[in-house]
Write a protein that binds this ligand. Structure first.
Ligand code: SAM
Length: 472
């Protein structure tokens, strides 16, 4: 039976409830009166239920779809302003014992080179990332209790935080590793991680079991209940996601929102982020072998509906997507993007050839971080390397409260300006710096609180003179 408060996967992601919401959406996809009512509620920017959001996703009325996109854009502006947070993935190890049929790291793939970074190699990777300007990483590893035990992950996190190369520092390490135990989540929490990220891949149990035929990841309940264990272990920022293309996108969309509702109902705090990866070509993997691929139009609609349904949950898009696609989604709701990413183990220190067989998937956006920063600014966005919330204990429900009250601007906006200034001083190419200085001057003028404005002005001078790491 459907129960959002339950800690059992099949009760909070209840298959019958997903099907019922899909039916409800299908029946009402042209119901103008209901769609208008849902849109009225959505305009309050307090979110929607999975059933309401499913109707918007299914909506076939052209006029209303335009309203949906416009509303997503408005909510995005109201909650996140023009800020875009930057991060990079860091692949630690591609050893994996699972059999995920869409992933080149699956255990039966004998022709990809397996690699696990030593602590010395991690140091080199982190220095390369710091030299690009990154402050926030997401570490990635395959699941392998022998090669990648939790001790290895913990040691790696310690190494990453300890490296201070020139003015560089990694101030937030997010972690994307396989589902684990409450004890291990406690250890990750104590190691000072930011968000724990785990993609569900698919919420449909039957498909899930077929797509994960072997290895510990085969266990649907263990995987789906991972965020509950993470929260029990003290991690209050968790990142959800599905791998679009594996199952019907409508099923995934409803279930994803049910997962968010579950976390809110059971722990009083929704997901910190939602990622929207689409399946990509990779060694041994042909995306066309999966029947549920979605085109750019549907992808944009999904992003817009997520933005409307959970306004205070950050949305992440990676370099799996092209520049053009990323640009569209930035307007519709995405608040965090990766830049200059390498999806191979050791790829930053020793850049691999274009066609790298050890990469996890093909990257579409191959621009450098500096090119991405310049592009963002020219589009009117404010790139942010801020990690202050995490450093100041503004996580979990405390973060959500500030976010829901739209207070986040008072922290995020000045912090974005100051961290961009650090980037411009330390890493930017001259042209990027010129664009950035102009942008900063314009953004400072928009700060409404005169005390904050004065502090930012003073700090910008201090940053120029060599001081670092100011935050509100
Ligand atoms: N191994 C970890 C786990 O079991 O959750 C997560 C790390 S994995 C490196 C990160 C994510 O990459 C996976 O959760 C999956 O969604 C995604 N991924 C795997 N194969 C992919 C492909 N061919 N195209 C796009 N994304 C893929």
């Amino acid at each position: 039976m459907y129960n959002p408060k339950s800690h059992k996967a099949e009760e909070f992601i209840n298959h019958e409830e997903v099907l019922a919401s899909l039916n409800y959406a299908e029946e009402n996809k042209n119901n103008l009166e209901l769609i208008d009512k849902i849109l009225e509620k959505a305009k309050l920017a307090k979110g929607l239920t999975h059933r309401e959001a499913a109707v918007l996703l299914a909506c076939e009325i052209e006029e209303k779809n335009k309203e949906i996109f416009a509303l997503a854009e408005k909510i995005k502006k109201d909650y996140y302003g023009n800020r875009i947070v930057l991060f990079a993935p860091l692949y630690l190890s591609n050893y994996c014992v699972n059999g995920c049929v869409y992933c080149p790291y699956h255990a039966k793939n004998k022709h990809i080179p397996r690699k696990k970074l030593t602590q010395e190699e991690i140091r080199k990777e982190v220095i390369a990332l710091q030299d690009m300007g990154h402050k926030r990483l997401a570490i990635e590893a395959g699941e392998d209790p022998v090669n990648n035990p939790i001790e290895y992950i913990l040691e790696s996190i310690k190494t990453i935080y300890s490296i201070k190369h020139k003015n560089g520092a990694i101030r937030r390490v997010n972690v994307n590793i396989a589902a684990t135990t409450v004890e291990n989540y406690k250890k990750l929490h104590d190691a000072g991680i930011g968000t724990y990220i785990l993609f569900q891949e698919t919420y449909n149990k039957e498909s899930y079991e077929q797509l994960h035929p072997t290895g510990p990841k085969h266990n649907y309940a263990y995987h789906t209940e991972a965020m509950d264990r993470a929260m029990q272990g003290g991690i209050d920022d968790v990142g959800l996601g599905v791998l679009f293309g594996l199952e019907s996108y409508k099923y995934e969309f409803s279930a994803l929102l049910m997962h968010a509702e579950h976390l809110e109902a059971a722990f009083g705090v929704g997901p910190h982020t939602i990622s929207v990866p689409r399946i990509k070509k990779a060694d041994d993997i042909d995306p066309d072998a999966f029947d549920n691929g979605i085109d750019d139009e549907i992808f944009a609609k999904i992003a817009a509906c997520i933005r409307i349904a959970v306004p205070y949950t950050g949305m992440i898009i990676s370099t799996r997507e092209s520049e053009k696609c990323r640009e569209r989604l930035l307007h519709l709701g995405v608040s965090q993007i990766s830049g200059g990413s390498k999806t191979s183990v050791g790829g930053y220190f020793e850049p691999m050839p274009e066609k790298d067989e050890s990469a996890q998937f093909d990257v579409s956006d191959r621009r450098t971080l500096d090119e991405v920063i310049k592009w963002l600014m020219e589009l009117g966005f404010l790139p942010s390397f801020c990690t202050a919330c995490y450093g100041s204990g503004r996580t979990g429900d405390r973060f959500m409260e500030i976010c829901k009250e739209q207070q986040i601007h008072n922290f995020c906006h000045p912090n974005a300006i100051m961290t961009l200034k650090e980037y411009l001083e330390d890493y930017a190419q001259p042209e990027t710096k010129a664009v950035g200085e102009k942008l900063i001057a314009a953004e400072v003028k928009t700060l409404e609180n005169s005390k904050i404005k004065q502090t930012v002005d003073e700090n910008l001078i201090k940053i120029h003179n060599g001081e670092r790491d100011f935050k509100f």
